[in-house]
Design a binder for this molecule. Structure first.
Ligand SMILES: Nc1ncnc2c1ncn2[C@@H]1O[C@H](COP(=O)(O)OP(=O)(O)O)[C@@H](O)[C@H]1O
Ligand SMILES: [Mg+2]
Length: 237
């Protein structure tokens, strides 16, 4: 039985006269992997920022468990709310002047990172290195390690394979698949990469014109009759 974890209801978000989210509805289910796809600039990152509490929406509501409208949380409640999420940002967002150990310590004060590094397929020797000494693929792995370090209730991955060559992208997709499926973690992935969708999405939401134009099982995506989604998938394959 699927259980709703996050309910996005009629959210509206604009920047001056540019409407980005136009009364958008979306349910995120517990222990499922949801991929949000859509053209560049369609509002995928804005939507995920609203969900994690980094950005306020103008209207509508986002509910999480027994929290009814996260816009109304005070600062302390907001900090507590945001700690439920593990986030891999689009560019990995590692701090350049800190070693990998320090980058991880920033997320969690623990001393040993051996287990988490093993989970993301990195040797312990990288702890004393700096982000600029690592390949982009390795940086993604560190970003992933940091995102799952505190066992978040919900994992957010924003374009985890964008900018990677196809071979590294495939390795990262397989790694995410293993992490997400093994831990049954509720995951929202924003992506352009249909390989990511086919590899580890359970459900797919297609964002266009400020709303979710198509939502369905990832296995049925090719049977969709929504023309704009068919064109979108064709266009990037
Ligand atoms: N701070 C901002 N001020 C004005 N417009 C913004 C701001 N942030 C994002 N936008 C606009 O919102 C739209 C959606 O952006 P975004 O969610 O980043 O798209 P994407 O689907 O590529 O992740 C874009 O047209 C972008 O230009
Ligand atoms: Mg984006």
């Amino acid at each position: 039985m699927r259980k709703k974890k996050i309910i996005v209801k009629n959210i509206y978000k604009s920047f001056k006269d540019k409407v980005v989210l136009n009364k958008l509805n979306l349910d995120v289910y517990e222990s499922e992997s949801l991929s949000i796809i859509g053209e560049s600039g369609s509002g995928k990152s804005i939507l995920t920022r609203c969900i994690v509490g980094l950005l306020k929406y103008d209207n509508g509501s986002i509910s999480f468990g027994n929290l009814n409208n996260i816009n109304t949380l005070n600062d302390k409640e907001k900090m507590n709310y945001m700690s439920k999420f593990g986030i891999l940002f689009q560019n990995s967002a590692l701090l350049d002047s800190l070693s990998i150990r320090e980058n991880l310590k920033f997320a969690s004060k623990q001393d040993s990172f051996n287990k988490i590094l093993n989970e993301v397929g990195l040797p312990n020797s990288i702890l004393e290195k700096y982000p600029s000494e690592l390949s982009v693929g390795m940086q993604k792995r560190v970003g992933l390690a940091r995102a799952i370090l505190k066992k978040p209730e919900v994992l957010i991955l924003d374009e985890p394979t964008t900018g990677l060559d196809p071979i590294i992208a495939r390795q990262i997709n397989l790694l995410i698949k293993n992490l997400v499926k093994k831990n049954k973690i509720t995951t929202i992935t924003v992506t352009h990469d249909m390989e990511s969708v086919y590899e580890f999405a359970d459900y797919v939401a297609f964002l266009k014109n400020g709303i979710i134009e198509w939502y369905g099982n990832a296995r049925k995506i090719n049977k969709s009759r929504n023309n704009s989604m068919i064109n979108f998938i064709k266009g990037i394959n």
